[in-house]
Design a protein around this ligand. Structure first.
Ligand code: SDX
Length: 392
């Protein structure tokens, strides 16, 4: 066993690295990117500005931001042959599987982004994936709805251009209201990084073998897909819809969520680190009210969500286990109001988390972290002699 006597399943009590990117305080519900509070950034920054902050450590000057955005736009086209790969998928393919595949496929069309060792090579790979990922995300959606795969308008901001790629009409028209653009921009900021969560740890460990940025991001997308992680935002809406279809009896679902036998959990509740409240959930809950109000949308599942939260905060099972709404609990309600379908919710989480994955991968590489290779406590058979098949 290599002298090991204890293990730490799920790394609940293991620190994997030193990092200067994101600070969480789970007891007090504090979240800061490079020292700036999530509340300030959600209110005053743009998503792309926040991406720059996470990756390079400082809020950009006007000139730095313009260059960053220009460099990203110079890489915001995707090789036409990628469409042939996308064409091979059935329309029913889940966008997260499509995105991890196409992100991996980008490597073949951008070989210089594989063995990146210098800061300049890293920068080029970074602006490439930031330019191309929104295109792939929009195309994953357009494929599902049978619409043409093309581009938005590079003269627009990063988020508005993405929305145009997603929703532009056959005649090319799309006028996103400022409410919609600002709502999505804020949501993406709130998803941008979260220290050593499952998908970020995945990006770091794949990147630690020097597999390259695109391969590491592709792995992170797959980790995020799981319903215990980013996939929860889709599972929350499916759960809320099920409660609505079942007559809206939230108490019945709360009881189910306590049943140890039933793998069903109260999706969107609980967190490994936040044992008080997830500050992002508070901001998203308020934004849901603001966005639905501004768009004049009445969504019954918002009331069901609020009813569940209220009941859980008064229920000893959840209170004793410090289970509170997390980032995934209300986000789907806003995505839906923006016209984004449920199957695309986790892809939206990936679009938001991309700068965080990039920042963490870059920090890991610049700090020359060793390849990730944990040990184990062996509990298998002792040495055995081989038996020929007629002796077994
Ligand atoms: C994200 O790590 C990150 O930062 C992730 C994330 C990010 O930004 O990257 O914040 C994004 O992934 C948010 C979480 C989204 N997932 C969900 O909403 C799925 C539902 N949540 C649970 O699966 C769970 O709460 C986790 C996975 C989020 C956390 O799991 P832990 O820390 O391993 O906690 P646990 O499973 O050991 O649970 C502790 C107790 C258990 O009961 P007991 O065995 O002590 O009796 O709480 C119970 C669990 O059964 N519990 C729940 C529950 N979550 C935990 N019971 C019912 N419903 C739940 N949601």
């Amino acid at each position: 066993t290599g002298g090991l006597t204890t293990i730490d399943p799920g790394y609940k009590n293991t620190g994997s690295c030193e990092s200067a990117i994101t600070f969480l305080n789970g007891e007090e519900g504090i979240l800061r990117y490079r020292g700036y509070s999530i509340e300030d950034l959600a209110e005053k920054a743009s998503f792309l500005e926040t991406a720059y902050l996470l990756i390079f450590g400082e809020l950009p000057t006007k000139e730095q931001f313009e260059k960053f955005h220009t460099d990203i736009k110079s890489h915001s086209h995707v090789d036409e042959d990628i469409k042939k790969i996308l064409d091979g998928f059935p329309k029913s393919a889940h966008p997260m599987g499509v995105l991890s595949s196409l992100t991996n496929a980008l490597i073949a069309f951008n070989p210089s982004s594989v063995n990146v060792d210098s800061e300049e090579e890293m920068y080029n790979a970074i602006v490439k994936i930031l330019g191309k990922f929104p295109v792939l995300t929009a195309w994953a959606y357009r494929k599902r709805v049978g619409k043409p795969l093309d581009y938005g308008d590079d003269s627009l901001g990063y988020v508005e251009n993405f929305l145009k790629m997603m929703f532009k009409k056959p005649n090319g028209e799309y006028n996103a209201s400022s409410t919609v653009v600002e709502a999505l921009d804020k949501l993406l900021i709130l998803h941008a990084d979260h220290e050593q969560n499952c998908s970020t740890s995945t990006v770091r460990i794949v990147g630690s073998s020097h597999a390259g940025l695109f391969a590491s991001i592709s792995a992170g997308i797959n980790a995020l897909w799981g319903p215990l992680h980013g996939g929860a935002n889709q599972a929350v809406i499916e759960m809320l819809e099920a409660i609505k279809e079942d007559g809206g009896d939230t108490h019945k679902f709360m009881e189910k969520a306590k049943d140890k036998e039933d793998p069903f959990r109260l999706m969107g509740f609980g967190h490994r680190v936040y044992k008080n409240f997830d500050p992002r959930a508070k901001i998203i809950k308020k934004s849901a009210d603001d966005v639905l109000g501004a768009l004049g949308i009445e969504d019954p599942v918002l009331d069901i969500a609020k009813g569940l939260e209220k009941e859980a905060l008064e229920d000893s099972y959840f209170v004793d286990r410090k289970l509170y709404p997390n980032v995934d609990f209300y986000s789907g309600i806003i995505y839906r109001a923006l016209g984004i379908p449920t199957e695309m919710f986790t892809a939206m989480f990936a679009l938001g988390r991309l700068p965080g994955w990039i920042a963490q991968w870059r920090e890991m590489r610049l700090r020359k972290e060793p390849i990730g290779r944990p040990r184990q406590v062996y509990i298998g058979e002792n040495h055995r002699e081989f038996k020929a098949v007629n002796e077994r």
